[in-house]
Design a protein around this ligand. Structure first.
Ligand code: OGA
Ligand code: NI
Length: 369
């Protein structure tokens, strides 16, 4: 993997560009016309509130409260809402999920503070494409590629053998402790969601988790920082992609929208974040394991000139050296296996080399039968 050893061009921090006060953005951030956001169709703009031609759409919101009830009918009803959301959207928000709200707020704020530190401090964590761990400003190593308007911090939480707290920010001083606590609670919630998805797929409660490697799953955190952008209509904070891993739990900024989910064609729904909710989405590995009963969904992030935005994406992934392929109960004569076996280690080289490219990778795997 020699191509992944170093960045092809000097790294420019988007935050530094933004703070330099430029009025027009450099060429390398200007997206081709077809990929630019159409900011004026923002679907939850208040102007559209009561206009039947522009119904206010949002991804489904699911209250997990009833999943913890002893009443089976209530649990089944929630499971059925989740099932609909997985099939129709691949994206939903969850509330009453059991993760401490104060912890969610503190985790987001500590990262906001991290990005406010002087560039020299953050620079100590500068990452390389071999592992992506640390402070980064691009995904993909193709020379001359168009870049996204964001910086990020990427770290491994699980497995324990990859968790190296000395690579996590030492400042703000509560950062490491908060990340550890946040990781623990969110990973636990992912485990619960995995059971719900497994049952909804008609499998045993633990079957999906077992296919991920049981206890040995991977979990990584990517904290995204989207600085203010003087020309938000020309670029994206994060280009369209599906998440390569299993399940993603996103803690969005409570004040600033930005995440868009592709509905059909070039229709994008801007997600309206609900207070204290997580945004859950299906990644490519669950598409493969479920033999495409559940599909990962393309999403992207738009930026704006008024406010910066912070989001925390926790990626819950299969053990990285396990072969991932459609679960045998989901392969039938009428529905043969759509994907060949591949490890997640092999799979993620694609996005790490080419950067975000819609659903190009998982679609290209599809057997041609
Ligand atoms: C991601 C992602 C969305 C956001 O990190 O993969 O899609 O709103 N983030 O930051
Ligand atoms: Ni994503």
């Amino acid at each position: 993997m020699s191509c992944l050893q170093s960045w092809p061009e000097p790294i420019v921090r988007v935050q530094s560009l933004s703070e330099s006060g430029i009025k027009s953005i450099p060429e390398r951030y200007i997206k081709p016309l077809l990929h630019r956001p159409s900011l004026k169709t923002d679907n939850f703009d208040d102007d559209f509130k009561d206009n039947p031609d522009h119904p206010r759409i949002n991804i489904p919101v699911i209250d997990l409260q009833d999943m913890f009830s002893s009443n089976k009918a209530l649990r089944d009803e929630t499971l059925s809402h989740i099932s609909d959301a997985c099939r129709e959207w691949g994206f939903f928000q969850v509330v009453n999920h059991g993760v401490n709200h104060e912890l969610m707020r503190s985790a987001r704020e500590v990262w906001r503070q991290f990005f406010k530190l002087p560039v020299e401090v953050k620079q100590e964590y500068a990452n390389s494409p071999t592992t992506y761990e640390g402070y980064g400003s691009r995904l993909g190593v193709q020379k001359g590629a168009k870049l996204d308007w964001s910086d990020y911090f990427f770290l491994h939480y699980m497995p324990q053998s990859l968790r190296n707290q000395s690579k996590w920010p030492a400042l703000p001083s509560s950062c490491r402790e908060l990340v550890a606590e946040y990781g623990e609670q969110v990973v636990k919630l992912c485990g619960e969601l995995m059971k719900m998805l497994s049952v909804n797929l008609g499998l045993g409660e633990d079957q999906l988790q077992d296919a991920f490697g049981g206890e040995n799953i991977g979990a990584c955190l990517r904290v995204n920082f989207y600085p203010k952008c003087p020309q938000p209509d020309l670029t994206l904070g994060l280009s369209s992609h599906s998440d390569p891993g299993g399940l993603t739990l996103l803690l969005p900024d409570e004040n600033v929208a930005g995440l868009q989910v592709r509905r059909s064609g070039n229709n994008w729904v801007t997600v309206k974040p609900i207070p204290n909710a997580f945004i859950v989405n299906i990644g490519d590995q669950i598409q493969v394991l479920s033999n495409a009963i559940y599909k990962s969904v393309e999403h992207r992030v738009i930026v704006n000139s008024e406010q910066e935005r912070v989001s925390l994406a926790l990626f819950y992934n299969p053990k990285s050296d396990l072969l991932i392929q459609p679960i045998k109960e989901l392969v039938t004569k009428n529905r043969p296996a759509l994907y060949p076996p591949m490890t997640f280690d092999e799979y993620r080289v694609f996005i790490r080399t080419r950067g975000p490219c819609g659903k190009a990778q998982v679609d290209s795997l599809k057997s041609s039968t």
